[in-house]
Design a binder for this molecule. Structure first.
Ligand SMILES: Cc1cc2nc3c(=O)[nH]c(=O)nc-3n(C[C@H](O)[C@H](O)[C@H](O)COP(=O)(O)O)c2cc1C
Length: 201
């Protein structure tokens, strides 16, 4: 087999595997986040959420360590999370105003579905450097944004103060080595349109 035949064969295989899509390309060229304050119902259905999580898991993962997990916060769980946030915020800031406390209580009500992407990067893992495990969790977050946008939902990647508050993290069941890579809020765009990202380059 000649070199040109080999490269043309590889090229064809590459195209088959990549599933070229004009609409996907357009989305990637223009992708921007809407802010969560503009989100409304509905969020993804259970089937769509399942699909989003599957797409989220299709990330490059060196040595397949799966250094992430998901916590889904929706429905009543958002109210419970709000109570946890309000109480911890009050502990951290005893002179907080009622308006601030109410805001904390309602943080998770800003979207119908929130996916907490938990990084399980382990510094003692001798197969994959911790840094690469962390990068993989970031890629999981980005895949969620893209999957949600592809389904016509708005999504925003947030951390905010509660992603770094160890009391909150243990209240929601995180191990000591676990960290929040992102709370990905997903909802409907509320009539706002995404602005092209081309002005950024
Ligand atoms: C790891 C990470 C954490 C973020 N946390 C916050 C946050 O806490 N609050 C916020 O307003 N934006 C946060 N952002 C930025 C938003 O997700 C978003 O990128 C920003 O609103 C700009 O939108 P764009 O996606 O159109 O560039 C974070 C982004 C990343 C990657």
């Amino acid at each position: 087999m000649t070199l040109s035949k080999i490269s043309s064969l590889n090229f064809r295989e590459k195209i088959n595997a990549s599933c070229p899509s004009k609409s996907m390309l357009e989305l990637l060229l223009k992708r921007r986040s809407l802010t969560v304050k503009d989100f409304i119902n509905p969020g993804p259905s259970p089937d769509q959420l399942n699909q989003i999580l599957t797409i989220a898991s299709r990330v490059p993962d060196h040595k397949k360590q799966v250094p992430w997990r998901f916590i889904i916060i929706e429905g009543e769980a958002r109210i419970k999370m709000g109570r946890v946030l309000k109480s911890q915020f009050f502990k951290n800031t005893p002179d907080a105003s009622d308006a601030c406390l109410l805001f904390e209580q309602n943080r998770f009500m800003r979207a119908p579905v929130i996916i907490a992407v938990i990084s399980r990067a382990d510094p003692l893992n001798d197969k994959t450097p911790e840094w690469e495990q962390i990068l993989t969790a970031g890629a999981v977050c980005q895949n969620i944004l893209i999957a949600a946008n592809t389904m016509d939902y708005a999504a925003q990647w947030l951390t905010e103060w509660y992603a770094y508050d160890r009391q909150i993290l243990s209240a929601i069941g995180l191990d000591k080595i676990e960290r929040v890579a992102g709370f990905i809020y997903i909802g409907t765009g509320g009539g706002k349109t995404l602005v092209s990202g081309q002005d950024l380059i």
